[in-house]
Design a protein. Structure first.
Lengths: 169, 60
């Protein structure tokens, strides 16, 4: 019966996966659905996306990114491999630690892209902060390119997250 | 400006121009890949393969 007891670590692991799905799910929504569809949406309907759907999606997107990374880092440090993983296992790690380390760095880069590039530029592009038409267009393009970069990085990041525990050293 | 100095200046300017053009080409190439969702998927898969093979070598 004791084996069935839920521990804080298990709940945090669940939270890490939950917020990770929310974050990457929205990233895939942006890249598979919203960005390719927007040019086909009639001009009079575009505000429905830019004023209502995108800001709400971006809210969950950026906060889930933060929670995923914070909980993930906490779990790795608590389990004792966090520091070695951030050093990519170079100089005394194992294959598993190197692999999760690459995944962690990819996740951290993606998180920084969200908070330092995508969100500030989306605020301008969506008119949440004041900007002229030229700045808006430039900001929208920058946000799109960094969103695509994260989309590309999510492939190896997910691979590392999924396979690292199963690797033999 | 003497002829030698003018030539040096010209060489430096040409070199700078070449560097700027090369940087622009690289940026445009990357932007083009990122703009196209299918290319991005292929780039992501290639990156995954690289990580899958190179990643485990880091600890050795």
């Amino acid at each position: 019966m004791q084996d069935l007891a839920v521990t804080a670590g298990q709940l945090l692991r669940w939270a890490h996966v939950f917020f990770g799905i929310l974050w990457i799910g929205l990233l895939y929504y942006f890249n598979f659905v919203q960005i390719p569809t927007m040019p086909k949406v009639p001009a009079e309907l575009k505000p429905a996306v830019s004023k209502y759907i995108a800001p709400q999606a971006l809210f969950y997107f950026r906060w889930s990114a933060l929670f995923t990374v914070v909980v993930g880092l906490y779990l790795s440090i608590q389990a004792g491999y966090g520091h070695q993983a951030l050093l990519l296992g170079i100089g005394g790690g194992s294959v598993q630690v190197s692999m999760i380390g690459i995944g962690m760095w990819l996740g951290i880069i993606m998180f920084l892209n969200v908070w330092l590039v995508i969100w500030p530029n989306q605020k301008k592009a969506l008119g949440i902060v004041e900007a002229d038409a030229d700045t808006k267009a430039k900001a929208a393009r920058t946000a799109m390119l960094f969103s695509r970069t994260n989309f590309m990085l999510s492939f190896p990041m997910l691979y590392c997250m999924v396979v690292w525990q199963g690797l033999s050293s | 400006m003497g002829q030698a100095a003018a030539l040096r200046h010209l060489t430096r300017t040409r070199h700078r121009l070449k560097m700027v053009k090369s940087k622009q080409h690289k940026e445009q190439g990357m932007s083009k890949i990122l703009e196209n969702v299918n290319f991005t998927i292929i780039a992501g898969l290639v990156l995954t393969l690289i990580v899958a093979f190179v990643g485990p070598m880091l600890a050795k």
